[in-house]
Design a protein around this ligand. Structure first.
Ligand SMILES: [Zn+2]
Length: 179
C-alpha cells in the first residue's frame, strides 16, 4: 500500500506511525509514561477511519491507536508536535493502566455528568478527569518548550544522538521537580 505523504517530523514519529527511540526515552524519563504504552502506540491519519470520522476531533486516541486530523498531518513544527504527542500519549498511558473499556466508560460518564453541570460542550470536555490529566502534562511540556535552551538541546539530540538513553537523560533533567 502506498504511504500517505505527511509533514510530520520523522525525527519524532516514523512513517510507520511509531514514536522514535529518542521520543520514547524522553517520555519515560520526563513524564514517567510506561515504555510499553509508548512502544505499542500507532499514530494514524484519521480521515477514512470509522472512529475518527464519527467524531471528527483534532485527534482521538482509540485503544492503542491515535487518529489525527488532516491539519495535524500538515504540521511540521517540532514544538507543536511535542505538545500533541504528550497529550495523546498521556491518554495511551492511562488507557493501559485502567484498561480500555474502563477508561472509555468513565470518560463518557464524566463527560455527561460535566455536561449536566456546565451545559457548554467544550467546557464539559475540558472538565473530564482524563482530559485534565492530559492537559496538565501538555501544559507542562509547553512550559518546558518556552525555555530556549531546551528546544536547542532537544533539536540537537534529534540530529546527533536520537537514542533512547539520550532522550531519557534529557527528560529526567528537565522534569526533576515533577516526581
Ligand atoms: Zn484529550
Amino acid at each position: 500500500m502506498q504511504k500517505r505523504r505527511t509533514n510530520i517530523p520523522t525525527t519524532l514519529i516514523t512513517s510507520e506511525g511509531k514514536l522514535t527511540e529518542v521520543v520514547i526515552g524522553f517520555l519515560v524519563g520526563g513524564f514517567g509514561f510506561s515504555e510499553s504504552s509508548l512502544r505499542n502506540t500507532v499514530w494514524k491519519y484519521g480521515p477514512g477511519n470509522f472512529i475518527y470520522d464519527h467524531s471528527k476531533p483534532n485527534a482521538i486516541t482509540w485503544f492503542n491507536k491515535v487518529y489525527y486530523a488532516e491539519i495535524w498531518s500538515n504540521e511540521d513544527n517540532i514544538a507543536i508536535w511535542m505538545r500533541y504527542i504528550v497529550h495523546e500519549q498521556r491518554h495511551r498511558y492511562d488507557i493501559d493502566i485502567s484498561g480500555g473499556i474502563r477508561f472509555y466508560t468513565s470518560y463518557l460518564q464524566d463527560y455527561f455528568q460535566q455536561k449536566r453541570n456546565v451545559k457548554e460542550a467544550h467546557q464539559a470536555y475540558l472538565n473530564i478527569y482524563w482530559e485534565e490529566l492530559a492537559y496538565s502534562d501538555e501544559y507542562l511540556m509547553a512550559d518546558i518548550l518556552t525555555k530556549t535552551d531546551f528546544l536547542e538541546q532537544w533539536e540537537g539530540l534529534l540530529e546527533t544522538n536520537p537514542s533512547f538513553s539520550a532522550g531519557f537523560e534529557l527528560g529526567k533533567k528537565y522534569f526533576l521537580n515533577k516526581f
